[in-house]
Design a binder for this molecule. Structure first.
Ligand code: ADP
Ligand code: TRP
Length: 355
């Protein structure tokens, strides 16, 4: 029996951090034997925010090296770059014919990104959608909301549907895009009266989802939050970041509840350290003998024990251009093979036929 197809992509917009590692990469590595896994770098999606061309290329290369260094094996999983599969771009055009501008404009990620592009602040209670739409339509040329941003969900749906993937591991913020993908798949099937696309769902890894907190006291670690520990961080810089992490004035009475910043440091320690070490610091917190400096020092060393070997592999892999080229070529060939087949079917179904 053929294995179920799992697909996930990551936008090439910067280095991968500890949140990406524990929330995604490490899980990908675990499932690569049991599923037909396809992991790709979404460089076309990255273009929606108009990166500098040199940055875009460098970021694609970095993420590729980071995928490999984290343990994704190109002999087991297909690793490819989105723009190496031109079939995706063609099918994006075709699928757009069945996607409504309205439903795209109502997507949360579009509203957030459009606000950013227009230099507006986060949405407030008083925001009304009509005024927002007027702003999009009437925005000045130097602050435009590009059409690629609007059709981002179409492109993501195509990534998934063109590979016939049914399981798509994504973060919470991407679930709405997955919902749209299912809707587009159903719509296509029903419009053409075919049973062609299967509906894809989020990959259930079981257990509670991992949420890696940032070092700034609240919320999750994230690229745009500026609170990240990157896999590529040098030991000195990493130690500095950890030592600067937000804490509080310390427990004022035995067994007092933890503030969020301190609880976050414990969450990071739980991910990277041994249960004994975690318990030792928990006890010290409970009896008020804890010194946050010691906790941070320990945390930095335990994080480094995880990231050091990965960073070394990243650097080795980045230096080996031939290897990177081979991986990308092999991945593109595999990804294109399935993509070309889907595209040929879709063209046929839609009535684009040869004379
Ligand atoms: P970022 O939030 O830094 O932009 P992405 O949204 O590109 O990261 O996330 C890519 C993958 O990494 C997703 O699967 C997401 O769930 C996971 N991820 C990102 N940040 C975290 C985090 N802090 N904790 C757990 N998983 C995370
Ligand atoms: N939009 C996703 C993100 O920002 C990246 C992505 C693009 C993706 N295409 C995909 C994820 C297809 C899963 C499947 O994180």
């Amino acid at each position: 029996m053929s294995k179920e197809i799992v697909l996930s992509g990551i936008r090439s917009t910067g280095n991968l951090h500890l949140g990406n590692y524990y929330g995604a990469l490490r899980k990908f590595v675990k499932i690569q034997d049991d599923y037909d896994c396809r992991f790709f770098i979404a460089d076309l999606h990255a273009l929606t925010t108009n990166p500098d061309p040199n940055d875009l290329h460098a970021n694609v290369k970095k993420i590729l090296a980071e995928y490999l260094a984290a343990g994704i094996d190109p002999e087991k999983a297909t690793i490819f770059i989105q723009s190496d599969v031109p079939e995706i771009a063609e099918m994006y055009l075709l699928l757009n014919m069945h996607v409504g501008i309205g439903e795209l404009m109502r997507t949360t990620s579009f509203k957030d990104k459009a606000r950013k592009a227009l230099g507006l602040s986060a949405p407030s209670e008083s925001d009304d959608d009509e005024a927002f739409e007027k702003q999009i339509i009437g925005s000045e040329t130097n602050k435009r909301v590009n059409a690629g941003l609007l059709t981002y969900p179409t492109l993501m749906a195509v990534d998934i549907l063109i590979q016939r993937a049914t399981k798509v591991p994504v973060g919470k913020d991407q679930l709405q895009h997955l919902e749209l993908t299912r809707r587009f798949a159903r719509r296509f099937n029903s419009f053409y009266n075919v049973d062609y696309f299967q509906e894809p769902y989020d990959f259930d890894f079981g257990g509670a989802p991992v949420k890696v907190p940032g070092l700034d006291g609240s919320g999750k670690m994230g690229k745009s939050e500026g609170n990240c520990i990157y896999l590529i961080d040098e030991p000195k810089a990493l130690r500095k970041k950890v030592m600067r992490a937000v804490t509080d004035e310390g427990p004022q009475a035995p067994n007092s509840p933890m503030s969020e910043p301190v609880a976050n440091l414990f969450s990071l320690l739980e991910l990277t350290s041994t249960p004994e070490v975690v318990q030792q610091f928990r006890d010290a917190y409970a009896d008020c003998s804890i010194r946050y400096g010691d906790l941070k020092k320990q945390l930095a060393e335990d994080i480094l024990a995880v990231t050091n070997p990965i960073r070394e592999r990243i650097n080795d892999i980045l230096a080996d251009e031939d290897y990177l080229r081979r991986v990308v070529k092999q991945g593109a060939e595999k990804a294109r093979e399935s993509a070309a087949k889907t595209l040929a079917d879709v063209r046929q179904i839609m009535g684009i036929r040869k004379f």
